[in-house]
Design a protein around this ligand. Structure first.
Ligand SMILES: [Zn+2]
Length: 326
């Protein structure tokens, strides 16, 4: 059943795979009064990133479908099981990080099957994707937007800039810290995508929700789906050439000595991993100058545990204009 033009309908999505049959995903479907692009907006790929989930609901409840050109489909909580059982990063059913499982696999477990259906039924049919994130339950972050190097990256980059966050990170496919993300799979399907990261530490924060809503509205305008100019970013924007993820060798007690957004020189101390007696097992230093964009906020870290993501090669956005790699 499709919605009338100029209205927003609510639908429960159902996916037929064995691991998903017991679940229903609330979704919004806004049909514009005029034709235009089809934008998919998702959140809750990580189930405890509450500000981004709240932002999808606020955005869709406030959208004026009559003045919309095109269609916006939105799923506020993709990883229902992770959300309901409050498991940061991973799905409780299989211990997998859903944002490493795209484009999915029907022969796999819960996360693989869910990625398959969301990719094929929500993301691939759209003309563009916004995937809202934040720091999960145990992660602090400085707001940033990610897009992937791909044949559709010009549009993806324009969406990332329009979102209006302080840092814009281009992920090169070769040597990327992670694979299997929504945005990379979307790019492979020819769908330009931006991943927006605001909020964190399991908190529902009004400022983070507002930044996500403002960013989505800006992208909707930038895609020509709503009248009006893209609002200028509330602060300076920078591009990030490299995203360096730092890990510890051994499990221990992680004690950062910097905060997200701090400028750190090459060799600057980022923190240390201590043993249970408080002795330093390992000192973590910045391999190059940069700004921590996310920091694991829980002191408990495992062997090879992720500690921090350092944005490096940072330049003001204006300086970067016109020097895009072809
Ligand atoms: Zn996330």
């Amino acid at each position: 059943m499709s919605a009338e033009p100029g209205t927003i309908s609510r639908r429960q999505l159902r996916f037929g795979s064995p691991a998903l049959r017991h679940l229903e995903w609330p979704s919004f479907d806004a049909r514009g009064g005029e034709d235009g692009p089809h934008l998919a907006i998702i959140a809750g790929i990580h189930g405890c990133e509450y500000s981004s989930i709240a932002a999808v609901v606020e955005l869709m409840r406030g959208l004026d479908a009559a003045s919309l050109k095109g269609r916006v489909t939105a799923v506020p909580i993709v990883n229902l099981e992770s959300h309901r059982q409050r498991t940061p990063f991973v799905s409780p059913a299989d211990g997998k990080n859903l944002n490493r499982c795209f484009p999915g696999d029907l022969r796999g477990t819960y996360s693989d099957q869910l990625a398959h259906h969301v990719h094929n039924e929500v993301i691939a049919p759209a003309d563009a994707l916004i995937d809202l994130h934040g720091g999960d339950m145990v992660e602090a972050l400085e707001p940033f937007a990610l897009y992937d190097g791909s044949p559709v990256e010009e549009t993806a980059r324009a969406m990332a800039v329009a979102f209006g966050l302080p840092y814009i990170v281009r992920t090169e496919r070769e040597g990327a810290p992670i694979g299997g993300t929504t945005s990379a799979a979307a790019a492979d399907a020819g769908v330009p995508a931006v991943t927006a990261e605001v909020g964190g530490r399991g908190l529902l924060e009004a400022g983070a929700v507002a930044a996500h809503v403002r960013g989505c509205r800006n992208v909707i305008r930038q895609l020509g789906m709503l009248e009006g100019p893209v609002e200028p970013a509330p602060g300076p924007q920078h591009t990030v050439d490299r995203f360096v993820w730092l890990r510890c060798r051994r499990a221990g007690w992680w004690q950062p000595s910097v905060r997200v957004g701090d400028e750190v020189p090459a060799g600057g101390r980022l923190g240390a991993v201590l043993d249970a007696y408080g002795d330093e097992l390992e000192v973590i230093e910045a391999p190059e100058p940069g700004v921590p964009l996310f920091i694991t906020s829980s002191p408990a870290v495992a062997d090879d545990g992720l500690l921090l993501g350092l944005g490096a090669g940072i330049r003001p956005l204006a300086e970067y204009a016109g020097s895009d790699p072809v």
